[in-house]
Design a protein around this ligand. Structure first.
Ligand code: ZN
Length: 220
């Protein structure tokens, strides 16, 4: 059993949250530790790295083998506490490799993409922080970003999606459209047994681009 990343360090963090382990180390050291969790762990988790203070903070909650929720309120409180304008926040979350068999690939899932665009919207409203997002799959790094095409197709005129129950009919319709397009156009690339792993990655990237999602993959 691997030690949980960050448990050995305590720092001043916003209170009243289920998240909040933190760790002060370099970006490359933190990525290395999280890749180990992705390679051998059994659940997803999410962390942010604040480059200005070399601080890693756990912002994942409700972790399971195939999903993790990101506490946006905690993240905005954290950025307020950091008190630095224009912070560049790197959001990392892990896809545990041991939970899926075969030569599948482990790219950002539909909900990862929707929660990123939602988080970007919340941060834009509450701070001037920029966010970049990564999935670590134990063997490489997926970088993903939504473009204007995505926002105009699936996120137009939406306030943050976080309060699902108060989402407008338009927001619900756009979300449903995205899930349908992702599941029919993009997702099949991740498990097509006719494709090699490399071809799956290329197909996933190309099909994502058609929906306004820019993805790249860098193996270690
Ligand atoms: Zn994910």
């Amino acid at each position: 059993m691997l030690p949980r990343f960050g448990q050995d360090f305590e720092a001043e963090l916003p209170s009243g949250s289920a998240v909040g382990h933190c760790c002060r180390c370099s970006r490359s050291e933190g990525v290395w530790q999280l890749q180990n969790l992705a390679a051998y762990g059994d659940s997803e988790d999410a962390w942010v790295y604040l480059g200005s203070c070399s601080l890693w903070v756990d912002i994942g909650e409700k972790e399971s083998w195939n999903s993790v929720c990101i506490d946006a309120d905690f993240l905005t409180a954290l950025l307020d506490g950091a008190g630095q304008g224009g912070e560049c926040v790197s959001l990392f979350h892990i896809h545990p490799r041991s939970m899926l068999a075969g030569n599948r690939i482990y790219p950002p899932a539909a909900n990862d993409i929707y929660s990123l665009v939602n988080l970007k919207r919340i941060l834009r409203e509450k701070s001037d922080a920029e966010i970049t997002a990564y999935v670590l799959d134990g063997e490489g790094v997926w970088t993903y970003e939504t473009t204007d095409l995505f926002e105009s197709s699936y996120f137009q005129n939406q306030r943050s999606w976080q309060r699902c129950c108060s989402a407008s009919d338009l927001a619900k319709e756009q979300y449903a459209n995205f899930m349908l397009d992702y599941c029919t156009l993009v997702e099949p690339a991740t498990s097509d047994i006719a494709l090699s792993q490399r071809m799956k990655i290329e197909a996933y990237i190309l099909r994502s681009r058609a929906l306004g999602i820019e993805v790249s993959y860098t193996p270690h």
